[in-house]
Design a protein around this ligand. Structure first.
Ligand SMILES: NC(=O)C1=CN([C@@H]2O[C@H](COP(=O)(O)OP(=O)(O)OC[C@H]3O[C@@H](n4cnc5c(N)ncnc54)[C@H](OP(=O)(O)O)[C@@H]3O)[C@@H](O)[C@H]2O)C=CC1
Ligand SMILES: CC(=O)[C@@H](O)[C@H](O)COP(=O)(O)O
Ligand SMILES: [Mn+2]
Length: 390
């Protein structure tokens, strides 16, 4: 039986992962499941899948988790340190589906123990790509992409030589406001932004999709995962979200991954890799689909894409600043401190301010330095938002 753990088990990717695991009774021994505030769901899944331990990231949720697990014999733990320690429990395959930079430390611990890390948490590579890759190399751990675009690229590259890659094209739906007039964006609400045209995902990534910060993170994730030059990574708007990415080769050929917008494609591929096994996903009827369309992204509408290119050019710890500033700006948008278009303005301001702080961005990429940089970027973002509010 393969030993598996799921970090972020109560979320959108986590629940899709458990769905696939539960369909194969006897194939998996569930080691650790982690969640945040939804301890009722966490406990239900821990009991039905017979997990060894259930961990909530929040100390104040320990008692409710213990109560929900009473009599089950399943260990209950709480706190960020307990989440990271759960990643040290021997497991063959670990799903990284916590949202945000909080996913970095447990992912590193899982790699350190030599596990296969199925990586949905794109923030891990954006904040600390070189550190994560070095950890995997040192420990013999393996990283498999779960983000749909990166799974698509990985699949298109199977059996190919990376030297023959001319370009990688990531598709973007364009998000909730793709067809809105530009001048309406400033007054867009969190509720309107939380409405993805094609994918059913957690609220934060859904809003990032509307602002194109999701694709900006994914461009950096592509660079860190596949090691290609930034100028070989392109983004194209593809409103139907049926092609997830394309790889162009030196002979002009392009390989595309096509499938329904269902994360169980990418999760299942990582779960079954290197084999392919049947998955409970819809088969596309291309005649019914009829047409797939594409258009160039407008960098005025989506400044996040320009910022991602600046971050890749700057290097060092600027990815950690970018992500943390984005997370703080998103918090500000969600609780009404700033408007939708102000998120990119705040992130740009934070990048500029922290770049001028001597040595910060160029410090060695250790977990401590990334964590400290992340903290400073959030503090700076809150200052910028307070200044804007007057
Ligand atoms: N959803 C999708 O289809 C896709 C998601 N991704 C990436 O996967 C990751 C997860 O996304 P998604 O599933 O949508 O997110 P969700 O918001 O649906 O789920 C997030 C998970 O993380 C937990 N969590 C929240 N805060 C913390 C914290 N501080 N420490 C530890 N755990 C925490 C949540 O717990 P609780 O809910 O119990 O509070 C939940 O289990 C993100 O990095 C996202 O970018 C990538 C591609 C597609
Ligand atoms: C499913 C997935 O991988 C998401 O990252 C998705 O791609 C988001 O859609 P956008 O293309 O709108 O960012
Ligand atoms: Mn994606």
């Amino acid at each position: 039986m393969r030993r598996v753990s799921v970090f972020g088990a109560t979320g959108s990717v986590g629940q899709n992962t458990l769905d696939l695991i539960a369909r194969e009774p006897g194939a998996f021994q569930v080691v650790a499941l982690t969640g945040g505030r939804n301890v009722a769901q966490l406990a239900r899944d821990a009991v039905r899948l017979k997990a060894e331990v259930a961990v909530t990231a929040f100390d104040d949720m320990l008692d409710p988790l213990r109560e929900a697990l009473a009599g089950s014999g399943i260990e209950a733990q709480a706190g960020a340190a307990a989440v990271a320690e759960a990643a040290e429990r021997p497991a063959d395959w670990v799903m990284s589906a916590i949202v945000g930079a909080a996913g970095l430390a447990p992912g590193l611990r899982a790699l350190e123990q030599g596990a296969t890390l199925a990586l949905a948490n794109k923030e891990t590579l954006v904040c600390a790509g070189a550190l994560v890759q070095a950890t995997a190399e040192r420990s013999g751990g393996r990283i498999l992409p779960v983000d749909s675009e990166h799974s698509a690229v990985f699949q298109a590259l199977t059996g190919e030589n990376i030297e023959a890659v001319d370009r990688i094209v990531l598709t973007a739906s364009g998000g909730a406001f793709r067809d809105w007039p530009l001048e309406a964006l400033a007054n867009a609400t969190p509720e309107q932004a939380s409405n993805h045209p094609n994918w059913d995902m957690g609220q934060r990534i859904t809003i990032d999709s509307a602002s194109m910060f999701n694709k900006a993170l994914e461009v950096i994730e592509t660079r860190e995962f596949f090691g290609v030059d930034p100028d070989r990574i392109e983004v194209v708007i593809h409103p139907e979200s049926l092609i997830h990415a394309l790889v162009g080769f030196s002979d002009g050929a392009m390989m595309a991954h096509v499938g329904a917008p269902d994360m169980r494609h990418a999760i299942g591929y990582a779960l079954n890799w290197p084999e392919r096994r049947p998955l409970p996903v819809k088969r596309l009827d291309l005649a019914a689909v009829g047409a797939m369309t594409f258009r160039a992204p407008d960098e005025v509408r989506y400044p996040a894409l320009r910022l991602a290119r600046e971050v890749m050019a700057r290097g060092g710890l600027s990815g950690a600043v970018f992500n943390a500033a984005k997370e703080a700006a998103l918090d500000g948008f969600l609780d009404g401190r700033i408007g939708f278009t102000a998120m990119a303005e705040v992130v740009e301001e934070v990048l500029g301010r922290l770049d001028r702080q001597s040595g910060l961005i160029d410090a060695a990429m250790t977990l401590d330095n990334v964590t400290q940089t992340d903290h400073l970027a959030r503090v700076c973002a809150r200052e910028v938002m307070a200044e804007r509010a007057g």
